[in-house]
Design a protein. Structure first.
Length: 249
């Protein structure tokens, strides 16, 4: 079978369902695993798909942004493992910034109490108060889907602070195009918070890798990545560009 024919069969399989296992593609194309792995690498480089652990997945739309409720229900166990490890990096007396992301939200039960938190996440505020954590909520426009404070008011409010560490959620992580999110105003808030922090961490489960959203936040090197299970071939693309920690359960 010609390479172009295999590629078309792979893409057709992904149109029918969002994720296809490597073994399924081997059977569909009647090819070896090594051939399919090579095809997936080529198609990923051409931005037709992304490789995931054990197969391939469709790319999300660049403007696609699930609501907080939709995001909270996805990959919950992985998010909690990542969040617990992220919280372990915080020391007593730290001033930190918590982004409005759902994985970041999962950090709150594990936070030390003697810290100061600034956040743009409306959903975070009540959970932080229940933990008796000193909390500052920045101003701005409240975005209905992500419950994040954004806009000029958020940027001006955020400028008043400096952080030991910040913890970010993103929609896409790409080896060349960096960290991205669908909303340019939300991207600006994330970008500023990173610039005001001594250390920055991006919390992302494996589904975010190789995704590209509409608005760029920053290049890879500005933050360390905390993630869960990751295919060694995929991890290798990022190892030379930033620090990446794979958190195991």
């Amino acid at each position: 079978m010609l390479e172009t024919e295999r590629h078309q069969l792979i893409l057709n399989a992904l149109k029918q369902k969002n994720t296809v296992k490597l073994q399924e593609l081997v059977e569909i194309t009647n090819s070896s695993e090594s051939t399919i792995r090579r095809d997936l690498t080529q198609l990923e480089n051409m931005k037709f798909l992304k490789r995931v652990h054990g197969g391939a997945a469709r790319l999300q739309g660049k403007l696609q942004e699930p609501s907080m409720t939709e995001k909270s229900a996805k990959n919950l166990q992985a998010k909690r493992h990542i969040a617990e490890y992220a919280a372990s990096l915080i020391e007593e007396g730290d001033s930190i910034y918590l982004d409005a992301g759902t994985t970041v939200l999962e950090m709150i039960p594990f936070l030390p109490s003697n810290i100061v938190v600034v956040t743009n996440g409306l959903m975070h505020a009540n959970h932080l108060l229940e933990r008796n954590v000193k909390t500052f909520l920045i101003g701005g426009y409240l975005k209905p889907t992500t419950k994040a404070m954004i806009g000029r008011g958020a940027l001006e409010s955020l400028e008043q602070y400096r952080f030991d560490k910040c913890f970010m959620g993103v929609n896409g992580i790409h080896p060349e195009l960096g960290y991205t999110t669908p909303d340019q105003e939300e991207a600006m808030v994330k970008q500023l918070a990173i610039s005001l922090s001594r250390e920055a961490f991006v919390l992302a489960d494996e589904s975010k890798f190789s995704e590209i959203a509409f608005a760029k936040i920053a290049n890879l090197h500005v933050a360390s990545i905390l993630t869960n299970e990751l295919d060694p071939d995929i991890k290798e693309q990022y190892d030379s560009k930033t620090k990446i920690k794979v958190v195991t359960s």
